[in-house]
Design a binder for this molecule. Structure first.
Ligand code: G6Q
Length: 548
């Protein structure tokens, strides 16, 4: 990669950024350019992305595309799909895309085609789910399963949780999926409270099968089951596992015939397409899961083949880079006007922040520019009655993604029309704002005196010029959902390439885990905390006085 090229590109972008910051307003841009929407939208089948309400011009978009070229985005993309070990700090390929390559050709890792193994696990999951759903799989006492509890955390939880929620309209009758992740015992206790042990199946989901939270929850769940059913032998019919470490699954006491494997080239936060999707398959059926995979595969194809300027993940990534690096935005909001996507912001928080929240480049040198932003959000319209105030009138620049379906999957059309109207209204309000003059006219029409108007008007002015991208899709079916999630995965990939970070490791989560191990005996009172810093030692003292 030629750094010199990149330096030139950044300099050009900075110049354009200074001009935009001074002289650009979205309201004027729309008023003066009837072709703005026409130029700044992308359509891929029934997925429509309107990026015209962003603080960009033709010059900016052209320069951003040149930045992507200078960073060799397409070469890196091809290396990822080809199975090169682009996760350099873990010496691993990054091949979650192979998991959905159902109709594609071979994908080689170390000279071996990995597709047969992927299809084999899918077939086993399909058969297993059919047995559970059809009532052939019986619990220890001969009863059928009606509740599935997935025990996993991070990448072994957030993906399936988000998908399970998103596909609620497709849930099969008779099986409910639950998710326990937190080592806070309240999560497990509250979940098990209303469940019938005779009819409950636990899926222990852990790539490594060493994660303390997951093993702690799994052991407590096992103890609960054995206590309720009065027999150690019950475990065989009520516990299955998803892992890359099948030896550890066996050590835990789960029959590996009831374990579903995946591979080290699947990153945790990219694993929902693998056997980690098992609770989703149990909840919605295998066919719907396959539609999800096919939707993702269609986005993979788009990402691999569309020109950079027409490539949805690339454009989203570049616009994000523009805000982060040139216009100084520290965060990015994900605002789905789709209740079923209520867990999408949390899912993307991990996908994005764990991938691109890095301070060193691939070669170990410190980054010279900001990397990943803070990702956050909540579904609309709820957020409107909560934090949108700050987006509209606060001092932060917060680019927003709105997501909304043209068609609802429920019969309450009136609700859906209101939902869509609100979503469009927010994008418009952010874009145009409300000028002092508009406010004055409005207040005068309400009969206010000049003095009253002068006092109130500044509070009622909206600066506008706040950017948003509208992601509009026909309806939230499994195919569309797969497409949307893959779109974000590739957006994150492109940004990681531009920032030159390794998006596929997560060393930043290790230190806390290590220290928790050291502190546990102190919290338990088995060791003194004397040698810790005074804050930690003082807090452990307080803990004891509060407990006694
Ligand atoms: C994701 C991270 C992390 C991981 C969890 C659970 O990319 O690696 O969130 O998924 O720590 O790990 P296990 O699946 O190994 O239990």
């Amino acid at each position: 990669m030629s750094t010199e090229n990149l330096t030139d590109r950044w300099e050009n972008l900075e110049k354009l950024g200074a001009d935009i910051a001074q002289n650009f307003h979205l309201r004027r841009a729309f008023a003066s350019d009837a072709g703005r929407f026409g130029r700044y939208h992308l359509q891929f089948d029934d997925l429509f992305v309107d990026y015209s309400k962003n603080l960009v011009t033709d010059a900016v978009m052209g320069e951003l595309i040149d930045l992507a070229k200078a960073a060799n985005v397409t070469e890196w993309r091809d290396r990822m799909f080809a199975g090169d070990r682009i996760n350099i700090t873990e010496n691993r390929a990054v091949l979650h895309t192979a998991l959905r390559n159902l109709d594609g050709g071979p994908v080689m890792v170390d000279g071996q085609d990995i597709m047969p193994g992927i299809k084999d696990v899918l077939a086993r999951m399909k058969a297993f789910a059919a047995r559970v759903q059809g009532g052939d799989w019986k619990g220890h006492t001969g009863k059928t399963i009606c509740d599935v509890v997935n025990i996993g955390i991070g990448g072994s939880d957030l993906g399936p949780v988000m998908i399970n929620e998103a596909l609620r309209p497709f849930h099969l009758d008779g099986i409910r999926a639950h998710f326990v992740s937190n080592v806070d015992g309240a999560h497990l206790v509250d979940t098990l409270k209303d469940l019938d042990p005779e009819r409950t199946l636990f899926v222990i989901a852990s790539k490594t099968f060493t994660t303390d939270e997951t093993l702690t929850n799994a052991l407590s769940a096992r103890a609960w089951l054995i206590e309720k059913l009065g027999d150690d032998g019950a475990v065989a019919k009520h516990f299955v596992a998803v892992s890359t470490a099948l030896d550890k699954v066996a050590d835990f006491g789960i029959d590996t015939d009831n374990a579903f494997g995946f591979w080290d080239w699947v990153g945790g936060r990219y694993s929902l397409w693998s056997a980690i999707g098992l609770p989703v398959i149990l909840a919605v059926g295998y066919d719907k899961f396959e539609e999800l995979l096919r939707g993702a595969a269609s986005m993979d194809h788009h990402f691999r083949t569309a020109r950079l300027a027409e490539n949805i993940p690339v454009i989203l990534a570049l616009i994000g880079v523009w805000y982060r690096n040139i216009l100084g935005a520290a965060s990015h909001a994900i605002l789905p006007y789709d209740q079923h996507l209520s867990r999408l912001p949390a899912y993307l928080q991990q996908a994005d922040m764990e991938s691109n929240g890095k301070s060193v480049q691939r070669d170990g040198k410190k980054v010279t520019r900001a990397s990943g932003p803070v990702i956050w959000g909540e579904p609309g319209t709820n957020g409107q009655h909560a934090f949108y105030q700050l987006i509209h009138q606060g001092t932060e620049l917060i680019p927003v993604d709105f997501l909304v379906a043209a068609k609802a999957l429920h019969p309450l059309q009136n609700h859906h029309d209101k939902l869509v109207a609100n979503c469009l209204a927010q994008a418009e309000a952010l874009m145009r704002g409300k000028t002092a003059q508009e406010v004055q006219v409005e207040l005068a029409a309400q009969g206010m005196s000049d003095g009253e108007i002068a006092a109130l008007a500044p509070h009622k002015v909206f600066a506008g010029n706040k950017p948003s991208t509208m992601i509009l899709y026909k309806q939230l079916d499994p195919f569309t959902l797969g497409r949307l999630v893959a779109m974000y995965e590739h957006k994150i990939f492109v940004q990681g390439i531009i920032w030159n970070v390794n998006s596929y490791d997560q060393w930043g989560v290790e230190l806390g885990k290590q220290l928790a191990k050291e502190l546990l005996p102190m919290v338990r009172g088995e060791e003194t905390a004397q040698n810790r810093d005074s804050s930690t030692a003082g807090l452990i003292d307080q803990l004891y006085s509060l407990r006694s």
